[in-house]
Design a binder for this molecule. Structure first.
Ligand SMILES: C[S@@+](CC[C@H](N)C(=O)[O-])C[C@H]1O[C@@H](n2cnc3c(N)ncnc32)[C@H](O)[C@@H]1O
Length: 303
């Protein structure tokens, strides 16, 4: 390991990026390139703030710090774990979340829309009094909802008790225990009689064929968080069928579906989905309660 040579922050990042490219790593868990991934690990190893990768590239690094960064590079290459699982944290904009392998690494494109308070679909920050984050995982979107809408009380649900334990830690970090209620629920099953001004969800939506092709990095994430069935829409269909019964008049549903826009529009040709621009193009739809399919009559699902 070349720890003995004199390192700077920038030289470590360049070394890591070369190592990652040579090893053929996959990215997409909060970074999009070998350089960004290497920078993240270097900053973590040296306990530096995110903007130091650019502004502090020339800073010298002592041998112990260099050894920590180089050891993280090796773990990244050998384990193929996304950087977030090695550092135990992930970022959505300025918000830091604890993560581990009980939850997917936060990267939802709903986060960018919440930064703009879902304008123009939601009339201002004070318009939302009740909100639901279905499939909350780490609780990241529930925390962002609480910051976007300061008057809102939020329910956040997940089918996985292990994911809810991570969400609980994040809610605690942000001191939001009084505004965010975490519940174990198979979609709406534990929410009988509850109504919301806004429902958001980043559910599992990866098709069975795409699941088979996933790079190793994604196989460290909980399968149940990703797998959406043959056409990716198993969970999305259930959300569409039951959401209207849980929205107040004028309420909005916001759901992420990854690359499945065409399948969804083919499956629901009469539903007037709106696709706001996100960093990933058209991966999130917005629907008003009145535009949703009529609720179906069937027995509620059990956890
Ligand atoms: C793609 S992850 C999203 C996590 C988080 N909202 C985010 O954006 O990072 C999907 C989550 O849905 C949960 N999930 C899967 N099926 C579910 C179901 N039927 N009811 C509730 N949650 C479910 C998984 O446990 C997982 O935490």
């Amino acid at each position: 390991m070349p720890a003995a040579r004199p390192w700077t922050v920038g030289a470590l990042v360049r070394y890591g990026a070369r190592r990652f490219r040579k090893a053929g790593l996959a990215f997409g868990h909060g970074t999009a390139s070998a350089s960004d991934e290497a920078a993240w690990l270097v900053l973590h190893a040296l306990n530096l703030l995110p903007d130091a990768a650019a502004s502090g590239a020339g800073l010298p690094v002592d041998p112990r710090g260099a050894r920590r960064a180089l050891a993280l590079f090796e773990r990244r290459v050998r384990s193929r774990k996304p950087a977030a699982y090695l550092t135990g944290e992930a970022w959505l904009g300025d918000f830091r979340f604890r993560v581990d392998e009980r939850v997917v690494v936060p990267r939802s494109h709903i986060a960018g829309l919440l930064r703009e308070h879902l304008a123009p679909w939601v009339a201002g920050r004070r318009a939302i009094r009740t909100a639901l984050d279905l499939c909350t995982g780490s609780g990241c979107l529930a925390v962002l909802l609480a910051h976007s809408y300061p008057r809102a009380r939020i329910d956040a649900t997940d089918i996985s008790p292990a994911a809810l334990a991570v969400a609980r830690a994040n809610v605690r970090d942000y001191r939001l225990g009084r505004r965010i209620r975490l519940l174990r629920s198979d979609l709406f099953s534990a929410l009988r009689g509850q109504h919301y001004d806004l429902i958001v969800s980043n559910p599992p939506y990866v098709t069975t064929a795409a699941m088979r092709r996933l790079p190793r990095e994604y196989r460290h994430e909980p399968r149940r968080a990703l797998a959406g069935g043959r056409d990716g829409l198993d969970v999305v269909r259930r959300i569409l069928s039951d959401a209207a019964a849980h929205l107040n008049p004028g309420g909005m549903l916001v759901v992420e579906v990854g690359a499945e826009r065409r399948s969804l529009e083919r499956a629901f040709p009469r539903v007037p989905f709106t696709w706001p621009e996100t960093a990933a193009g058209d991966s999130v739809f917005v629907l008003g309660r009145e535009q949703l399919p009529r609720p179906t009559r069937r027995r509620p699902d059990r956890v």
